[in-house]
Design a protein around this ligand. Structure first.
Ligand code: PBG
Length: 326
């Protein structure tokens, strides 16, 4: 095999046109999904302190936001809801006129082709902040499933194009699949937060969604960060239960999980570039310690290079603009 001086790796790096020609991974606005936080009330559009550049928006103010998103070439949004009131069983999650349900209707009116994905979980709607219901001091798996199924169904009935269960209860993908099928929604896909880790990188999101657990933590249902074989088992089970898209979350500390998932499954693989990954770059950029655009595009490209087809990211709008600028 030839080596230096016959081989000079720098030849194909010499100019932007060479680099463009040999680039192995390209990021596009079409790969990105933008998360939206819908709040109760009207006339609300307030910047989220822990997620600069992202907003709490009420349903009546969504139209210009989603028109902008669609205009940037982004194909999908992921909805989270922050209800007016919370209770022990997360009633707001499956309310026909809940914040997300109303948000879906508003988005579908304003931008009918923009895909609406909904996060299906109870933690933003429960007063204790856990992702399921409490029975005898524990998050009860099987009783939580009914509520999650009701939540998913209410989203689809309001017009959601896809549901994304993020609670990490066992069996929820199969239960939601059966519920949707039984109600005539066999054409609606499920994106499973299949390998979702109990991560410190969700901090800014919990502030944005007001979903910090009031006691305990989520380690009893979310995955333990050191494990990757277990992640593959989770993904296998969700695939068997009928998941159409498999997600790894968070992304950056779990690039190996994304790569292993890509090699093992032929499903589209999604990766969630979570709030902490975004907020730490924002904070460092504010301090003048790094360039946000460069760091963000490098991270997103790395997530794609690792094997993700779809990236959920708070940078979706900025990245779409940066990519269009070239
Ligand atoms: C709801 C949910 C969370 C995130 C997405 N869906 C929070 C959590 O599990 O604590 C995190 C998103 C982010 O940090 O950007 N269960």
């Amino acid at each position: 095999m030839a080596t230096f001086p016959t081989v000079r790796m720098r030849r194909l790096r010499d100019a932007e046109s060479w680099r463009d020609l040999v680039r192995e991974t390209t990021l596009s606005a079409r790969d990105l999904v933008y998360p939206l936080f819908i709040v109760h009330g009207s006339g609300v559009r307030g910047e989220i302190g822990s997620l600069p550049g992202c907003y709490h928006i009420s349903a009546d103010r969504l139209a210009p936001e989603v028109e902008e998103i669609a205009g940037l070439g982004i194909r999908a949004v992921l909805l989270f809801g922050i209800p007016a009131t919370k209770d022990g069983v997360g009633t707001g999650a499956y309310d026909r006129y809940g914040v997300v349900q109303e948000g879906i209707r508003a988005i579908k009116r304003a931008a009918p082709d923009l895909l609406v994905i909904t996060d299906v979980c109870l933690c933003e709607y429960t007063d204790h902040g856990h992702c399921g219901v409490f029975i005898d001091g524990k998050v009860d798996n099987d009783r939580s499933l009914d509520l999650l199924c009701g939540t998913a169904l209410s989203h689809v009935e309001a017009g959601a194009d896809m549901v994304a269960p993020s609670d990490m209860m066992d069996g929820r993908v199969g239960a939601i699949r059966r519920t949707l099928d039984d109600h005539g929604h066999s054409g609606v896909p499920i994106m499973a937060y299949a390998a979702k880790y109990a991560s410190a990188f969700y901090g800014p999101f919990r502030e944005a969604a007001g979903s910090t657990p009031q006691f305990g933590d989520r380690r009893g249902y979310q995955m333990d960060p050191p494990n990757v074989r277990e992640a593959l088992r989770e993904m296998e089970l969700d695939a068997l239960e009928g998941a159409d898209i498999l997600m790894v979350k968070p992304a950056l500390a779990y690039l190996d999980v994304i790569t292993r998932a890509r090699a093992r499954f032929d499903h589209p693989i999604a990766a969630y570039n979570v709030s902490g990954e975004y907020a730490m770059v924002k904070a460092a950029a504010r301090m003048g310690w790094l360039d946000e655009r460069g760091a963000a595009l490098e991270m997103l490209t790395g997530i794609k290079r690792a094997g993700a087809d779809i990236i959920l990211t708070y940078w979706a709008k900025d990245a779409a603009r940066w990519l269009a600028e070239g």
